[in-house]
Design a binder for this molecule. Structure first.
Ligand code: GLN
Length: 289
């Protein structure tokens, strides 16, 4: 197999050797399925087939990339998120399963029969905006990103899934939005501390640093988002954003200082703080300034 592409190998054996090299059976299967343009279940059903030498050579190359640390999602150019199979490139963060919590919490605040206005800040591959758009066809969603390369990926994802209720806007956070207001604002912003050693480990080494890191305490971008969100929410509108497991207290304090109400923090499947939520107060009361 990989080391000797001219020597005929069966699929079963190629997978066994790759699993040993990569230390991961799923990775070995995903890469071989990609090299052959087949599904993983096809591989299992054809375990005794011989690999053509071209395919074995392609597989060897993919395994080398993976051994060098390249994330699987970038090698195959795809990652599943919510109900969508999305294109991803090194210009975009790789969508994470825990970010589906942000989608769930946004959907809870978006009645299916109303034309709600939604803003997704820093959309990357478009994962959050497109998941919301798919489940709320009546909603009108604007998705922004400071990276035009990321926006191009997000736009291709919208097209390939025939999702027409998202518009993509280039710019830094709220900068391109003038005074437009929304019912719900969502974001998965960068929130990792500049000195966090995880930035030098695993997939994160290959992902865009601007989508991951945000100043010395990881909160630079969240501070900007919380500061300006009130100007872009209708009264009663919601701000929801993802953050690090240890940032719940700090982000709720930021929300409180910016006069958000109904603050809460939702936990991911590992019971860690993951998404914080605040609501723009509905209207002035007698004692408000
Ligand atoms: N959740 C990602 C991680 O910690 C970071 C994503 C982000 O900064 N938005 O790997």
């Amino acid at each position: 197999m990989p080391d000797h592409p001219l020597h005929p190998t069966r699929i079963r054996q190629a997978l066994a050797e790759a699993t040993q090299r990569l230390g991961d059976r799923v990775d070995a299967e995903v890469l071989l399925a990609y090299a052959l343009s087949k599904s993983r279940s096809w591989l299992i059903a054809h375990a005794d087939d011989l690999l053509l030498s071209d395919h074995a050579a392609a597989y060897a190359w993919l395994i080398e990339q993976r051994e060098a640390g390249e994330p699987i999602a970038y090698i195959i150019g795809r990652r599943g998120f919510w109900s969508l199979d999305l294109e991803v490139t090194p210009a975009t963060l790789i969508p994470r399963p825990e970010t589906e919590l942000l989608v769930e919490l946004a959907l809870e605040r978006l009645p299916a029969d109303k034309a709600c206005r939604v803003l997704d800040l820093g959309t990357g591959s478009g994962a959050v905006a497109l998941a919301i758009a798919r489940d709320r066809p009546m909603a009108q969603i604007i998705a922004t990103d400071a990276s035009s390369d990321a926006l191009a990926v997000a736009q291709r994802n919208a097209r390939s899934h025939h999702i027409g209720n998202v518009s993509f806007v280039h710019g830094d956070w709220f900068a391109p939005l003038d005074d437009r207001r929304f019912d719900v604002i969502v974001s998965n912003p960068p929130y990792i501390e500049a000195t966090d050693p995880h930035l030098q480990q695993g997939d994160l080494r290959f992902e865009p640093i601007s989508a991951l890191m945000s100043g010395s305490d990881g909160l630079d971008d969240i501070r900007r988002i919380v500061r300006d969100a009130g100007l872009h929410l209708v009264p009663g509108g919601w701000l929801l954003f993802e953050h690090g497991w240890n940032q719940g207290g700090a982000v709720r304090a930021l929300l409180r200082d910016a006069d958000f109400a109904e603050l809460s923090t939702a936990h991911d499947l590992e019971q860690r703080d993951r998404v914080s939520i605040g609501r723009r107060p509905v209207a002035g009361t007698c004692d408000s300034p």
